[in-house]
Write a protein that binds this ligand. Structure first.
Ligand SMILES: NC(=[NH2+])NCCC[C@H](N)C(=O)O
Ligand SMILES: [Mn+2]
Ligand SMILES: [Mn+2]
Length: 303
């Protein structure tokens, strides 16, 4: 991989989740030597620090079907500005979460930067495609995909009016699904989003699935790839430090192989790693897995 100018941005946010702790994700990932890992692969790295995010205890959650949205939307806007600026400077944004709701800000920022050839690989145990009508929890980290592709109730989409446009649903591919809510399933079928469940990964293998996903995006005109990596896609035995663990996830090697294939595609233009929750982790193991996966996505090779 060509040497890149990587810009790291932390988003210490857990307002989108009912469990506290993902606000400490950026620190845990940095502590696991992220910049060293990227420099070893040959990239130039600049860490731009963290965004300021309100603390849950200082707020009222508000609407129980859209918790903390009044505090989350301003974080999205701020994050979108910062990401758009990074992209405008020719830097590759690497965003450290934080709960997965932040993806609305990152992807919104890339759309604002005029990335018309953007496609998204969404690695996740969950579909994150709920809206206030379908959500079982009211947690906004279960809704970012609905916001990004513009498929949600007007109440939800009212908070995305700052987006320059929505991402076409066919430019987002989900990999690793194994916990989808009933309301999400219906919406997902009609959405145009391409999905690969754990069953398909078991049957086809992660290499074939990742290659098919990339091939589909290529056919949609995607030339710049953004990887949204929710660490709960990895099996909780390997990555226990997450807010919403689901058994039956990717093995250590499967998740690496997917990242290695992403690197080989030559299309990686940005990445976020979200949902690392140090409170639930064991000796920062999940953050270490996150750093190793980032290194693979950014071109680290075994030989
Ligand atoms: N980014 C995540 N970890 N999302 C978990 C979502 C869980 C569940 N589907 C919900 O909407 O509440
Ligand atoms: Mn997620
Ligand atoms: Mn998830």
């Amino acid at each position: 991989m060509e040497p890149l100018e990587v810009g790291i941005l932390g988003v210490p946010m857990d307002l989108g989740s009912s469990r506290r702790g993902t606000d400490m994700g950026p620190s845990a990932i940095r502590y696991a030597r992220l910049t060293d890992a990227l420099r070893q692969v040959g990239h130039r790295v600049r860490d731009l620090g963290n965004l300021e995010v309100p603390v849950a205890e200082s707020l009222d959650a508000g609407n129980p079907r859209l918790k903390h949205i009044e505090a989350i939307e301003p974080v999205w806007r701020l994050l979108a500005d910062r990401v758009a600026r990074l992209a405008g400077e020719g830097r590759v944004p690497l965003v450290l979460g934080g709960d997965h709701s932040l993806a609305v800000g990152t992807i919104g920022g890339l759309l604002a930067a005029g990335w018309d050839d953007l496609g998204v690989l969404w690695f996740d145990a969950h579909a994150d495609f709920n809206d206030p009508a379908t959500t079982p929890s009211g947690n906004v980290h279960g809704m970012p995909v609905a916001c990004i592709v513009g498929h949600g109730t007007p109440e939800l989409l009212a908070h995305t009016r700052w987006l320059p446009r929505y991402l076409p649903a066919r430019r987002l591919v989900m990999i690793g699904l194994r916990d989808v809510d009933p309301g999400e399933r219906e919406k997902l079928r009609r959405s145009g989003i391409v999905t690969y469940t754990m069953q398909q990964i078991d049957e086809l293998g992660i290499a074939e699935v990742t290659r098919r996903a990339l091939q589909h995006l290529d056919g949609e005109g995607v030339r710049r790839l953004y990887v949204s990596f929710d660490v709960d896609v990895v099996d909780p035995d390997v990555a226990p430090g997450v807010g919403t663990p689901v058994v039956g996830g990717l093995t250590y090697r499967e998740s690496h192989l997917a990242m290695e294939i992403v690197a080989e595609s030559g299309l990686l233009a940005g990445m976020e790693v979200v949902e690392v929750n140090p409170i639930r982790d064991v000796l920062n193991r999940t953050a270490e897995v996150a750093v190793a996966l980032i290194a693979s996505a950014f071109g680290k090779r075994i030989l």
